[in-house]
Design a binder for this molecule. Structure first.
Ligand code: PYC
Length: 332
């Protein structure tokens, strides 16, 4: 019987929570962050559930554990933890973790203004603007993102026949655009999105396989991106991203924005150098840009960058006490 202590910094990126675990994370085996992620999931997933779910977290909770990098070209490694599992990549989590880790002096970039991060999905570069001790903005250059499948169809209970595109932006996203069963996120309630999304995800997962062509450890449809017309005249599109079992991202979702940019680029609606401003359900915005074209396996892909901001809300020393019957968290 023991009490496990985690030294955390809590904050949010454009409204979505980020819990940075600065101390107390387990030692992980593996030559890469992808292998370390697998080790964490096999042996230490109770740390994720304990820190993310109630009573220490909540349905939307999301975070990252800091590690030394496994790659020579990186300054730090992030292991993403979330209610849905350990994501290969998380955009809002990266922007928040970079901001808080820099502001609290937990990382030392080799090159001023640039932090190179080793993530399970690959190298992510963060360029940040500082104002004294504060990080004002972070632009991350994400992993190559691509349209994986176009016009997939499935029968979804309560919605009927649904057609989606699936794109990868660090995670796989089913992108739901206007059609008979769904018009716009402005026309539905958040409770509808929470009710439909698990069914949409299950219907497409049962029918199709989603596997990264270069890293088979990255597989499965994890997120549903519901689209909408922007409310701000500045934005190009609005979204509500569903993740985990009960969460709608309060930020515009970094990997979701990357997936959407990859979809638009594949459809000829974006080209290298174009910007893409994505609005969240609470009106916060990420500023995306297509940085380059590339390929991933046989897929044409883009390298997207996303700019956003994050703010710290406080320190949080969290105990997971083995005697606590709810030590590993719960969901209702
Ligand atoms: O920003 O990439 C993201 C993200 C994934 C899940 C929630 N947010």
């Amino acid at each position: 019987m023991a009490t496990h202590t985690f030294f955390c910094i809590d904050g949010h990126t454009c409204g979505n929570p980020v819990r940075v675990v600065a101390g107390g994370g387990p030692r992980l085996e593996g030559r890469t962050m992808s292998e370390k992620r697998a080790h964490f999931l096999a042996e230490y997933d109770w740390i994720r559930t304990g820190l993310m779910f109630e009573p220490r977290g909540h349905d939307m909770m999301s975070g990252a554990i800091l590690y030394p990098p496994t790659r020579e070209d990186c300054d730090v490694a992030f292991l993403f933890i979330e209610t849905s599992g350990c994501l290969p990549m998380c955009g809002h989590g990266t922007i928040g973790t970079v901001t808080m880790a820099l502001e609290r002096g937990l990382v030392q970039p080799r090159e001023p203004g640039v932090l190179r991060i080793d993530t399970p999905a690959g190298l992510v570069e963060a360029r940040y603007e500082q104002n004294g001790p504060f990080v004002e903005r972070v632009r991350i250059t994400n992993v190559p993102s691509f349209l994986y499948a176009r016009g997939l169809e499935a029968e979804v209970e309560g919605l009927g026949r649904l057609t989606v595109d699936v794109a990868y932006g660090g995670n796989f996203y089913a992108i739901v655009e206007p059609q008979e069963a769904f018009t716009d996120i402005a026309d539905v309630e958040p409770s509808d999105i929470l009710r439909w999304s698990p069914r949409v995800r299950a219907a497409f997962r049962d029918k199709y396989d989603f596997v990264h062509p270069e890293n088979p450890a990255i597989r499965g449809l994890s997120h549903v991106l519901w689209t909408g017309r922007p409310q701000s005249p500045e934005a190009h599109a609005r979204n509500a991203v569903f993740y985990g079992d009960k969460a709608i991202d309060r930020s515009p979702c970094g990997t979701g924005t990357s997936a959407r940019m990859a979809q638009w680029a594949a459809l000829g609606k974006l080209k290298v150098g174009d910007s893409f401003i994505h609005e969240s359900i609470i009106g916060t915005m990420f500023r995306g840009r297509v940085e380059a074209e590339t390929t991933v396996g046989n897929f044409s892909a883009v390298v997207p960058s996303i700019e956003g901001w994050a703010r710290m809300t406080g320190y949080n020393t969290i105990f997971i006490d083995d005697r606590d019957p709810l030590a590993h968290g719960f969901q209702v």
